[in-house]
Design a protein around this ligand. Sequence first.
Ligand code: FAD
Length: 468
Amino acid sequence: TPDAIQADVLVLGAGPGGYTAAFRAADLGLRVVLVDKGDALGGTCLNVGCIPSKALLHAAKVLTEAEEMSAHGIKFTKPSIDLDALRNWKSNNVVDQLTGGLNQLAKQRSVQVIQGKGTFISSHELKVQTSDSATQIIKFTNAIIAVGSSPAILPGVPNDPRIMNSTKALALEDIPERLLVVGGGIIGLELGTVYDALGSRITIAERSPTLMKGSDKDVIRPLHRRMSKRFEKIMVNTVVDHVTPKEDGIHVGFSGDNNIEDEVFDKVLVAIGRKPNGHLVGAEHAGVYIDERGFIPVDKSMRTNVPHIFAIGDVVGNPMLAHKATHEGKIAAEVIAGHTTEFTASVIPSVAYTDPEIAWAGITENEAKERGIGVEVASFPWAASGRAMSINRTEGMTKLIFDKYTNQLLGAAIVGTNAGELITEAVLAIESSIKAWEIGQTIHPHPTLSETICFAAEMNLGTITDLY
Ligand code: FAD
């Protein structure tokens, strides 16, 4: 066995949380070792999450927009899809470029990267299985646990190559004729959007009463309506009873609002959520507390119950989002370097990159009702936006939620094309305690979709004079 490696900061897991923490700690002068068992840096997000899914969603958007312009004078012939070329573009041109870039960034900062599965063996030591026969011990002063999460599995579902999780769906093996997506959350709906555009007939089964559970109904409606037109079937309040692989396909039974004893699909995508990996890294040997679900609780400085061990990203709790992980990664690194930093952000935006996109930040109308917070809601329909009309996408809506008494912006939801790019203005406004009149008095460029934020604020103020 080689000698132990010494680290000021050991970072376990090189996803968005881990690599950000490692780079920040190195920039602050600390000796950093970054351990990941994957073939490439970047974690779930870069390898099998955010980035490859967005590449495929871009392809989907090109396909559907071309198809929809046929009603307005531009006709294309039916697209031919070269799945190998599409897969290569996603993997080689997009994912590999980004993960390769991370190696460069690590090298520039002298972050020592070690590939292998890490397990804590004490409060100051990690053992890494670097190959079948070799291990490496890392002795650390501080550690940051950034081991992320894994796809949750549907209990009782047998192993079959036709039953996929998100990673397998992103591998784009083929285009199934009929695809069942179990789970109407962000990941299921995004991947359903991709396969729909590529030519699959999509059925969605979601156990709660709406897609994207917890969101306001009026925000989901434009997406639900558009998906209903494109997809074969969307079933809410519907539970999957059995999934039985047979030679002629995957037989599935449903109950709830839809009682179906047996329906046959070519493939099934299970996208019912993700489970934190807290129980899988021996953190208990370091004295770190892990809750029964696998989350590692932390304080505002991202510290676990063990003062020199920190945790960040998906493994510390919801929402499981890359930008939350990176934000937390910076905090942990800075605290270790001796800065007084805390997690103080009041909102974490979420985006579903479906078509249309849904983006939201801060309080929802439902939540305001539940918590008894007095709010005023202003919803601006994109049918009255010149920009939305000129790009043939009028189904959207911009909804702002203001405090009834102070008129301060507390929440925002945008549904429509590019909603994910638009939400940041609302995020900044919420973080900055901005009031409706301040948004109304901010000059927005015309014609843009961003104007809908200004228009919604003016609606709230009763000062809106002209539309379009
Ligand atoms: P991860 O990215 O999960 O990284 C954890 C790393 O730890 C992995 O590389 C793993 O190999 C490593 N690891 C685990 N255990 C060990 C061990 N014992 N030893 C060594 N290494 C270990 N989020 C968004 O914000 N926007 C999106 O658009 C988005 N799209 C998504 C699409 C899909 C299909 C999926 C699945 C997720 C998506 N997410 C998205 C979520 C996002 O990927 C995660 O929130 C993010 O990756 C979490 O970062 P992390 O650093 O906590 O962990």
